[in-house]
Design a protein around this ligand. Structure first.
Ligand code: NAP
Length: 345
């Protein structure tokens, strides 16, 4: 099969091109999936460079040579054997996450796969697959209610844009914080955000206060690592949810705790994957609601550009590294599937 193989860690992953490599042989308890779409993200760059926690020489599980990629959608090619035959049938459309997704085939355990509901395209499922955390953070962790005002940092990113969509679906107003004017424009045009502010200097903090008549926002969903700034824009009794540290370059911020006390702020960290492992029933409820909202168009993914074939993965990684991307990239691997899929909708 063709795949994006990382023979050894490298500085510039955008130079990677597809090579021919043996297709994975699924274990008896694994599915074999023919990949139709994959979604490159920043973590893939870190994996290829050997800078991700998963590539740690002792504690990590990803070591060269390995096939790059994580989020994907595809079609069941082969089901697990014997007693393990599983719930999915050959030919069913699925999405999931597994190292090795930038390939024509991936072998994967059942618990890492989900069926794509009828009415939801494989492209959308692929774009949204890693983003259920956005809906969970807004609806379950921050308890966002209709009429609330929510500030989202890193709003143009994969998770940030999904957060904006989740906040809108819950009937709240969203203020999107982005890196430049072009992205602010794209957010207003394509994501229906109420306000899009460029995170430059100090002016945006004043603007948040103006927009909320001096009160501050009810909730901050922080994807970039800006709790200090968040304490300045949140209302008395407001909530800040820490989701990621995209802008911190590995250096964590120190927060003056008195700021939390003075405004009775609730500061919560949220780790979606671990939470799901500990509370599987809640995870299923979240996925059920999230997929229903996606299928009915109440949540919409923000898909950037056009990328076709594994040969475009390098370009996707370059665009990500240069911070050109807003929303999620989806690379289509098989156009015949796209038409088969349309026929199903
Ligand atoms: N808590 C969880 O369970 C969970 C789950 C998934 C992901 N995450 C984390 O959430 C964060 C966001 O993930 P993502 O997939 O949305 O990432 P992403 O697509 O790369 O988006 C991050 C956004 O942050 C902004 N940003 C600001 N300064 C940046 C900098 N110096 N370098 C890169 N980006 C910068 C960028 O927007 P502008 O260019 O507009 O500034 C970018 O669009 C990551 O830290 C990720 O690890 C957490």
């Amino acid at each position: 099969m063709k795949a994006i193989l990382v023979p050894e860690f490298l500085t510039d992953p955008s130079t990677l091109t597809p090579t021919t490599t043996p297709a994975p042989k699924p274990k008896p308890d694994e599915y074999l999936i023919r990949v139709t779409h994959c979604s490159p993200q920043h973590a893939d760059i870190l994996h290829a460079q050997g800078k991700h926690q998963n590539t740690h020489p002792k504690k990590g599980h990803v070591h060269p040579p390995f096939i790059l990629g994580y989020d994907f959608a595809g079609v069941v090619e082969q089901t697990p054997s014997g007693d393990n035959s599983g719930e999915l049938s050959k030919g069913e459309r699925v999405f999931g996450a597994s190292i090795g997704a930038f390939a024509e085939y991936v072998a994967i355990k059942p618990h890492m796969l989900r069926r794509i509901p009828d009415g939801l395209s494989s492209e959308t499922a692929c774009a949204a697959s890693g983003q259920a955390v956005s809906f969970a953070a807004a609806a379950y962790v921050a308890n966002v209610r209709a009429g609330d005002v929510v500030l989202v940092s890193g709003a143009s990113g994969g998770l940030g844009s999904a957060c904006c969509s989740a906040v809108k679906a819950l009937g709240a107003r969203v203020i999107a914080l982005v890196g430049d004017k072009g992205k602010a424009e794209a957010m207003r045009r394509d994501m229906d955000v109420d306000e899009a502010l460029v995170m430059e200097g100090e002016e945006w903090v004043d603007r948040v206060r103006e927009i909320t008549d001096g009160r501050g926002v009810d909730v901050v969903l922080d994807n970039t690592g800006m709790v200090t700034e968040a304490t300045r824009c949140v209302a008395y009794g407001g909530t800040i949810v820490i989701l990621g540290f995209a802008a911190r370059k590995g250096e964590m911020e120190e927060v003056k705790m008195n700021r939390l006390l003075l405004k009775s702020i609730t500061l919560i960290g949220y780790r979606f994957g671990e939470d799901g492992r500990r509370y599987p029933a809640k995870l299923e409820e979240i996925w059920d609601r999230y997929l229903r909202l996606l299928t009915h168009g109440q949540l919409k993914p923000f898909i950037y550009g056009q990328y076709n074939g594994l040969g475009d993965v390098g370009r996707a990684l370059k665009d990500l590294a240069e911070r050109k991307v807003y929303g999620r990239i989806v690379v289509s691997l098989d156009t015949t599937d796209a038409s088969a899929e349309k026929a199903k909708l």
